[in-house]
Design a protein around this ligand. Structure first.
Ligand SMILES: *Cc1c(COP(=O)(O)O)cnc(C)c1O
Length: 462
């Protein structure tokens, strides 16, 4: 299995290399050269299997010879052993033909754990074998950072640095990043918003002297291995609702487009997915783009669903790559326009290809709160604000095809928004109930590449 860049000008890599690298050297994102197929019989055979067994069968062809079957099975077993629910990604019913997939039973209570826990295990096996060390740097709107820290804390061959926007993450998110005491964990509170954090991270990857010097590795949602791990729960949930005999649709609370793009890959592999519905908050650049063909930045407005406060939706580049018939030059052109002019316009042809797979919708702040209130009253389910956006958009797309909305975080991760909507303050699961007593450790940093690079160089040489 070979991996190529969406901008067509970076070396072709193996799965292991693509996983350890993250961003391609031409600024693009790695994607598999061809998509492995699962026949209707292969999909039918998944019925009744454990999440771990489904994960092995769905992901195995993408991994190539990076891991033996036994190594890969071991990684999967260890990755999900710490989840608080045996089904890993259980479904509950919200209404006629509307289901909620709870993706928040992992150690940091957001769906990011599905990919990050597995990546932690795969990095550990690959680095032990090669005797190499890496420096992981990630940018986060809150949930990626805590999931990465949880996955890599205490590992010998890894230092992990997480940049988060100072003052713009929830207290639970911040504490999950600042309270681990292991010396290989470094939380950095940076001035600016999430897009600034992501931009400085990209600058570090594009500074090849720094990148090679500190052996930079990226685990942001641009890392192909993360997308891959998220493909699995599209299969497990669809099969439990009757795939491949029935088509299924999904609504996905979307920011960086990683989670919903995993659904597109599942569909490309042969899973009978009808619609993939992009749900955005008031930062609705993707929804506006689907309606108007113009991807235009207008400035990020902080919301009660902070993990979706994003305007540079990195993985959308992968969707554009497919929509443009895998033309790396075309993608490079669009991304150059975005960097220089703050936007780009998508051709009618490519828009047609996007609309074949994706629908979209937006929910504002009041609508988010109203959905949290309504879901509790009608179903007893307490939704986090992100999941509420998904559920509200999904309601506009219900029909005869079963709809699965992805619940991306546990309500206790965003207690203020949930309390405002319901009058109830959701409790953290018992295993984290002392989070508010643990000591915090964090470095403040300006929105400045050189300052960030010196912090990282100093810390890894200690
Ligand atoms: C990261 C995140 C999202 C957005 O997912 P993308 O893959 O970036 O589109 C939505 N909800 C929550 C809770 C998240 O942590």
């Amino acid at each position: 299995m070979k991996y190529i860049s969406t901008r067509g000008a970076a070396p072709v890599l193996t799965f292991e290399e693509a996983m350890l690298t993250g961003l391609a050297r031409d600024g693009g994102l790695y994607v598999p050269e061809t998509i492995p197929q699962m026949s209707a019989d292969d999909i039918r055979d998944l019925a009744g299997l454990s999440y771990e067994e489904i994960a092995f069968r769905v992901m195995r062809p993408f991994v190539g010879d990076t891991f033996s079957d036994a190594e890969f099975k071991g990684c999967i077993e260890r990755a999900y052993a710490g989840f608080g629910h045996d089904a890993r990604a259980p479904l509950v019913q919200l209404g006629p033909n509307h289901f909620l997939m709870e993706l928040f039973h992992g150690p940091t209570l957001a769906f990011k754990d599905f990919a990050m826990q597995l990546i932690g295990q795969m990095f550990e096996v690959a680095l032990k074998r090669s005797g190499k060390r890496v420096t992981i740097v990630g940018a986060t709107s809150g949930d990626t950072g805590s999931a990465a820290i949880e996955a890599f804390r205490g590992l010998d061959a890894v230092d992990v640095f997480i940049l988060y926007p100072h003052g713009r993450v929830s207290e639970v998110q911040r504490r999950q990043m600042t309270t681990p005491s292991e010396s290989n964990v470094h939380a950095i509170a940076m001035d600016g918003d999430f897009d600034d954090c992501q931009a400085r991270l990209k600058d570090m990857f594009n500074d090849f002297e720094f990148r090679d010097g500190v052996k930079l590795a990226g685990v942001n949602s641009i890392n192909w291995a993360r997308v891959l791990a998220q493909v699995v729960y599209y299969f497990s949930s669809a099969v439990s609702l009757g795939a491949p005999e029935r088509k299924i649709s999904f609504t996905v609370p979307t920011g960086n487009f990683g989670d919903i793009f995993a659904g597109f890959i599942a569909k490309q592999m042969g899973l009978p997915i009808d619609r993939l519905v992009i749900a955005t908050n008031q930062n609705d650049i993707l929804h506006r783009c689907m309606e108007s063909s113009a991807y235009t930045k207008t400035g990020v407005k902080p919301s009660i669903s902070p993990s979706m406060d994003i305007e540079v939706s990195s993985n959308f580049e992968r969707a554009l790559f497919w929509a443009h018939g895998k033309d790396g030059q075309a993608i490079k052109g669009l991304m150059d326009d975005l960097a220089s002019g703050g936007g780009f316009t998508i051709s009618d042809n490519a828009m047609g290809a996007l609309r074949e797979n994706y629908d979209s919708g937006m929910v504002d702040e009041a609508g988010t709160s109203a959905m949290i209130t309504k879901a509790l009253a009608q179903t007893g389910e307490i939704l986090c604000p992100h999941s509420a956006i998904g559920a509200a958009v999904a309601e506009d797309h219900l029909g005869t095809t079963p709809m699965i909305t992805l619940a991306t975080a546990h309500p206790a991760k965003f207690p203020d928004a949930v309390e405002a909507a319901t009058g109830m303050r959701p409790a953290l699961p018992p295993r984290m109930s002392d989070l508010f007593e643990r000591e915090e450790r964090v470095t403040r940093a300006p929105n400045d590449l050189q300052a960030l690079q010196s912090i990282i160089r100093e810390r890894i040489s200690e």
